[in-house]
Write a protein that binds this ligand. Structure first.
Ligand SMILES: Nc1nc2c(c(=O)[nH]1)N[C@H]1C(S)=C(S)[C@@H](COP(=O)(O)O)O[C@H]1N2
Ligand SMILES: [Mo]
Length: 369
């Protein structure tokens, strides 16, 4: 999709969804969003597949109640054959299981200065699950795309108001992405039925793209002949300099690594305490642009290469480890990953208006005593 195509639009102005960026204290609205949408505790980085309940959650509006027996998926638009399929029929279709690291595009937002007002993620809006269901390409081929089809629009059952616009959550994918063999319409997460908060009974999962593309509580799939201009497509999820910048769309996940903070935390400040001696620093790294090629661990500003394991799938995170001998005193640990495109996590992040994709390196202060 070229920038050109996305630029002709703007029936709705790209306004702030929620107020001007601020350096002030956390607001009641941010707190409200933060307690609805939880992140993954960093200690869960020990697990290759995030255990149920520890995967991050981002839900814009309310979690819809869906009656499994009455539910069906509609596929229509620029197709030769419109389809209506219930869950029983979907379960008889070909099945794939894809391990995918999902990350929210707003991850790292609250660490930007000034701070864009929205879900105030720190570093942990991430998780890896095995998503099982029908390949989207199979159903699209079954429906038969018309020659003038350009995008596929996915609409969830959840509705709300954002930026003054009332809408159901909906996102599109270019045909080429929609036809990738690893894009899945998932009815299972980690071998069990989708939990309500993750999109029951059916959700889209787009490996390598930030989470906003993976529409939950799917209700319809429409093939369209013009680029989709819904709110979540052409107003939200843009890299913008300011409120009036037409911006560029957010798509693939930028390279990132995270470390399990070593030692034990202080309850209130979360600062780390650890005894002197050998400790295995460990964490995971991922990128939606290409395989992770290198992870370096910074110890008091000196970068050392970590050992990298193979990921279980192209868009699942990989584990890294680095042994360290901690000597008494105060230390700052950091980690940074580089992917196959040569992209490396920045030490300082360039700011953008919606606080998208802040993949600046994580820093962990530890007190060795
Ligand atoms: N229908 C619907 N789908 C949605 C959302 C939503 O609010 N409604 N949030 C999106 C965003 S921004 C993210 S990051 C992911 C989060 O998926 P998870 O909650 O299963 O981790 O779902 C995406 N799909
Ligand atoms: Mo997100």
């Amino acid at each position: 999709m070229t920038k050109q195509i996305y630029r002709r639009r703007q029936t709705v102005r790209p306004t702030a969804h929620s107020g001007e960026p601020t350096n002030g204290p956390l607001t009641a609205e941010e707190l409200q969003l933060a307690v609805r949408n939880h992140s993954m505790p960093l200690e869960a980085l020990r697990s290759e597949i995030t255990p149920p309940g520890l995967h991050y959650i981002l839900t814009h509006f309310d979690i819809p109640y869906i009656d499994e027996d009455a539910w069906h998926l509609r596929i229509g638009g620029a197709v030769r054959r419109s389809l209506e399929i219930n869950l029983k029929a979907l379960r008889r279709d070909p099945v794939i299981s894809v391990p995918v690291t999902l990350e929210c595009a707003g991850n790292g937002r609250s660490l930007l200065r000034p701070r864009p007002l929205s879900q105030p993620w720190r570093l942990e809006a991430v998780g890896t699950a095995v998503w099982t269901g029908v390949p989207l390409a199979y159903l699209l081929a079954h429906a038969g795309l018309e020659d003038d089809a350009v995008e596929v629009v996915f609409t969830g059952a959840d509705a709300g108001v954002q930026g003054g616009v009332t809408h159901q959550y909906a996102r599109s994918l270019p045909i080429k992405e929609a036809m990738r063999p690893d894009v899945v319409l998932a009815y299972e997460m980690n071998g069990s039925a989708l939990p309500p908060q993750h999109g029951f009974p059916l959700r889209l999962v787009v490996p390598g793209w930030y989470g906003m593309a993976s529409v939950k509580w799917l209700e319809s799939i429409q093939v369209v002949t013009h680029p989709f201009e819904g709110f979540q497509q052409s107003v939200a999820y843009l890299y913008q300099r300011d409120a009036n910048d037409a911006g560029t769309p957010v798509t693939h996940i930028r390279v990132r690594s995270l470390m399990i903070p070593p030692g034990i935390p202080d309850f209130f400040t979360r600062s780390r305490v650890l005894p002197p001696g050998p400790v295995l620093l460990r964490g995971r790294a991922w990128s939606g642009e290409g395989a992770v090629k290198r992870v370096e661990v910074g110890i008091d500003g000196k970068w050392l290469p970590a050992h990298l394991e193979q990921p279980s799938a192209p868009f699942a995170w990989c584990e890294w480890t680095l042994p360290w001998v901690a000597d008494p005193g105060e230390h700052e640990l950091a980690c940074r990953a580089t992917d196959a495109t040569g992209a490396v996590q920045p030490l300082e992040q360039a700011w953008n208006y919606q606080g998208m994709s802040n993949n600046a390196v994580q820093r962990v202060k530890v007190s060795v005593q």
